[in-house]
Design a protein. Structure first.
Length: 259
């Protein structure tokens, strides 16, 4: 289905929610950003037109449940409400899914991808294993982009860093869902999404666009001197490790091409 039609359908569905609400608007924009990233990755992997448009549509819809979640509960907490992927799948099954995918097989696959996008997939479906990493990486990358703008609020006002948060960050864990208690905890949570990026194109793009620098620049003024120094060191180390990963991947690719 043509990208312009997909975007129009997504906009019309979003209008049924309150787009004047900044939280609903943010999820609408997130859908567009994720879809654009999905499309770019699909192009880099030489997917055909049908596959590119399919994963683009999945990117648009993957967080439609967040709009429902906020409208119904005024919360984005999956643990305190209903998981957003469940809300999204339930909503789309009632009819809207047909506006984005023309065949029942595509509809089934899209609903599976939306259902699994917040978690690890351990099944054997080849199509899910093909498309899910693209959707998950694009979702994380879109969140990193948004955090780099400084528009994401910290929500907490306490100084310092929670030891378990820093420990998990040093173990290169994605801190999404980890209890956050301080301002520095929250910023480290933003940065930790980098560890969920597994597609080298996105790692390289993140370095080139200097998103880590941007996150430091917009949030460090809210920290005290000690916490700002910790954040500076963590950002420097994260950029270094990301550059090494990109270089290692590029070298491995060259070796594979030669052999």
């Amino acid at each position: 289905m043509d990208i312009a039609i997909l975007n129009q359908n997504f906009y019309e569905i979003a209008q049924t929610f309150n787009l004047a609400d900044p939280n609903i608007l943010r999820k609408f924009v997130h859908g567009l950003t994720t879809a654009d990233t999905c499309f770019a990755v699909a192009c880099s992997q030489y997917m055909d037109k049908d596959e590119r448009e399919f994963i683009y549509a999945c990117g648009l819809l993957h967080d439609i449940g967040r709009m429902i979640q906020w409208s119904r509960f005024a919360s984005f907490s999956d643990s305190r409400t209903i998981p957003h992927e469940e809300l999204g799948v339930e909503y789309l099954k009632k009819g809207p899914i047909k506006r984005f995918f023309e065949t029942k097989e595509k509809q089934r696959l899209a609903l599976e991808l939306i259902s699994y996008h917040p978690q690890k997939y351990r099944g054997k479906d080849k199509d899910i294993k093909k498309f899910l990493p693209i959707l998950q990486n694009a979702d994380n990358y879109a969140n990193i982009q948004y955090n780099a703008t400084g528009m994401q609020r910290l929500w907490v006002n306490q100084d310092g860093v929670t030891p378990v948060v820093l420990e998990r960050f040093h173990k290169r864990k994605n801190l999404h869902g980890t209890p956050i208690h301080t301002k520095l905890d929250r910023i480290l949570q933003f940065l930790s999404r980098t560890y969920a990026l597994e597609i080298n194109m996105l790692r390289r793009d993140m370095l080139g666009r200097k998103y880590i620098n941007a996150i430091y620049d917009v949030y460090s003024p809210q920290l005290n001197d000690q916490d700002r120094e910790i954040l500076y060191k963590e950002c420097w180390q994260l950029k270094r490790e990301l550059a090494i990963l990109v270089q290692q991947h590029d070298q491995a690719k060259k070796v594979a091409m030669i052999s």
